[in-house]
Design a protein. Structure first.
Length: 275
């Protein structure tokens, strides 16, 4: 068996379970299992290349021991997730990840991405960004090792007016010199830890030694025209000499968004389609 897909059931491997020696694709949807059983299952699929976990319950800890893994798609609650043995991982998607309970400061975010240096596609939503940021206790300016293979960065329902989310987005962009495509879907809600003015003012200086020579496409949805958003747009324009297309879709519920974006285009002497 090379492909296994299970949905709406409970997993309880027998005591003599030795694994699936030829399994390359494992997809689990709304499955009931413990973290320990899942870790055993993954570790006993030595050829596993694709792993999809979409769960509704909250797991304690997942240890991904999959040396052949190339794609990992996770959606659900988790207190801790370790990808220490995934050197070939190319695509990582994390959604609806629970904020870690009592884990603040226990994740070394600066070294987190060292475990999968081949990463090309990274897709995160705001809960996953908060999960990674809060687990570390502090978002570094950049990881200790740059993301030299990352080409596509997608951030969904991210609030650029929140300090942790903006800091993490800037960290990823700053650390990915070969990015080709950036997509962000921005949302606006009541702020918990808003971005301070000094942080916004320091954005250009924090990218003084960065040039995004490979960035060609930027898509920003739901822009409201706040200062952090405008500074990010200005930064991407200034640091991307090979940029071919920038698509900005204002939040239709914010009447000032389109006005601010038009002023931005005028002041930067650019012609961008705002739809």
């Amino acid at each position: 068996m090379r492909h296994l897909r299970l949905q709406n059931c409970s997993i309880q491997p027998p005591s003599a379970f030795r694994g699936f020696d030829e399994l390359v694709s494992l997809e689990l949807y709304d499955i009931t299992f413990s973290s320990e059983l899942l870790n055993i299952l993954i570790s006993r699929c030595p050829l596993l290349e694709k792993l999809v976990l979409q769960i509704s319950s909250i797991l304690n800890h997942i240890q991904i021991d999959a040396p052949k893994l190339r794609s990992f798609d996770f959606s659900g609650g988790i207190n801790d997730i370790s990808l220490m043995k995934a050197p070939l991982l190319e695509k990582l998607s994390l959604f609806n990840t629970a904020v870690p309970s009592g884990k603040a400061g226990q994740l070394d975010l600066a070294k987190y991405f060292e475990s999968f240096p081949a990463l090309e596609h990274l897709n995160l939503d705001y809960l996953s960004v908060q999960f990674l940021a809060l687990a570390s206790g502090n978002v570094p300016a950049k990881p200790s090792s740059p993301l030299l293979c990352l080409k596509h960065l997608w951030l969904t329902t991210i609030c650029l007016d929140e300090l942790a989310e903006l800091s993490y987005a800037l960290c990823l962009i700053r650390s990915s010199p070969y990015l080709q495509d950036i997509q962000m879907k921005v949302y606006y809600a009541a702020l918990i830890d808003p971005v301070r003015g000094d942080v916004v003012n320091d954005i250009p200086a924090s990218f003084s030694d960065v040039t995004l020579n490979h960035l060609r496409v930027v898509k920003l949805e739901g822009i409201t025209g706040t200062k952090p958003e405008i500074e990010l747009i200005k930064l991407l324009l200034a640091k991307s000499p090979m940029l071919v297309k920038m698509l900005i879709q204002p939040n239709k519920g914010k009447v000032f968004a389109e006005t601010r974006l038009k002023v931005l285009c005028r002041d930067n002497k650019i012609s961008k389609s705002i739809t």
